[in-house]
Design a protein around this ligand. Structure first.
Ligand code: NAP
Length: 283
């Protein structure tokens, strides 16, 4: 079997057209959705991520502001800046790019963002809303994964989903979203003794670890759907995921590539969350 590709670029393009249309409709009512992206320090990967996010906003007609600060900015100054953005009526979404410099408490900074503007979905109020099934912002990466499953018409009810990784930004919210769609969910992590025994039972596998070849073909049940969240560099320095793509694509029914899979969907869902924050504020 050769798996069908779930193309994150193509799906993103479709969704961003919808975002642009809804943005236009909102602008006609006098409201332009606005995203503030805050970057502290000069982490090269973060610089690329924030540039991509700002560009995606501009392309879809959203207003975006990129605020860059020196790495030696104090936490108190950053908290004050976040509060300023909370009060700014032209800003509907606030994203503080992680990681923050070591002298800052990232969780404290995230908790300072108004939950109504928490378009990254990392605030404890957003996490609580997801856990209890209440309305709130979903973290963009797992939300993008759910959209990818939706795009292939995949019904999760009664399926066994295995999530590898339990971070607050990917693994745990991913598991909760799958649970909400009536999958039976197993979460694996670095202390899982026999990962293969778990993944071989899975109809859906989401891999969010950050290590190459965590999932190989012998660990996948024929016909399973495989979503690869990981972002790594191979020996040639090229971007690759956590999944042994060439091997696993011969066993899976659907698979996401890296690059061009989950990555673009993450940014797309950020646009969706920002637009929805603006729509809510406008109403
Ligand atoms: P993280 O916070 O480092 O979490 C990694 C998780 O993997 C942890 O729960 C860890 O277990 C688990 N793990 C580590 N080694 C393992 C092993 N051998 N077997 C099973 N589980 C193992 O990472 P993250 O922030 O969730 O990100 C994961 C990956 O996704 C990274 O490559 C990141 O760059 C990528 N990412 C991509 C996007 C995107 O838009 N495409 C967005 C976010 C993240 P413990 O909890 O036991 O330590």
């Amino acid at each position: 079997m050769t798996a069908q590709l779930i193309d994150g670029n193509a799906l993103s393009k479709q969704l961003r057209i919808q975002v642009a249309a809804r943005t236009l409709a909102l602008k006609a009512k006098g409201v332009t959705p606005g995203l503030a992206v805050v970057l502290v320090g000069d982490n090269p990967a973060s610089q690329v991520y924030v540039r991509n996010k700002v560009k995606a906003c501009e392309d879809a007609g959203l207003h975006s502001v990129l605020e860059k600060y020196e790495a030696n900015m104090t936490e108190a100054d950053l908290l004050a800046r976040v509060e300023g953005l909370n009060q700014d009526p032209g800003i509907h979404g606030i994203l503080v790019q992680l990681p923050l410099p070591a002298h800052m408490d990232a969780q404290k900074v995230i908790e300072a963002i108004s939950p109504a503007k928490d378009v990254d979905g990392f605030h404890i109020a957003s996490a609580g809303a997801l856990m209890t099934g209440m309305p709130g912002f979903w973290p963009c990466t797992p939300y993008g994964c759910m959209k990818m499953l939706e795009s292939i018409g995949y019904d999760l009810k009664g399926k066994h989903a295995v999530v590898i990784g339990r971070s607050n930004i990917v693994g745990k919210p991913m598991a909760l979203m799958l649970l909400q769609k009536n999958a039976t969910v197993t979460i694996c992590h670095s202390a899982t003794p026999d990962l293969k025994a778990m993944t071989l039972q899975a109809d859906v596998i989401v891999v969010a670890v950050g290590k190459r070849n965590v999932l190989t073909a012998d660990m996948v049940k024929p016909g399973a759907v495989v979503l690869d969240v990981g972002m790594n560099r191979n020996d040639e320095g090229k971007l690759c995921g956590d999944v042994d793509f060439d091997g696993v694509k011969e066993v899976a029914s659907y698979i996401t590539p890296v690059p061009g899979g989950v990555g673009p969907m993450t940014i797309t869902m950020l646009l969706v969350n920002t637009l929805e924050a603006a729509e809510t504020a406008a109403n």
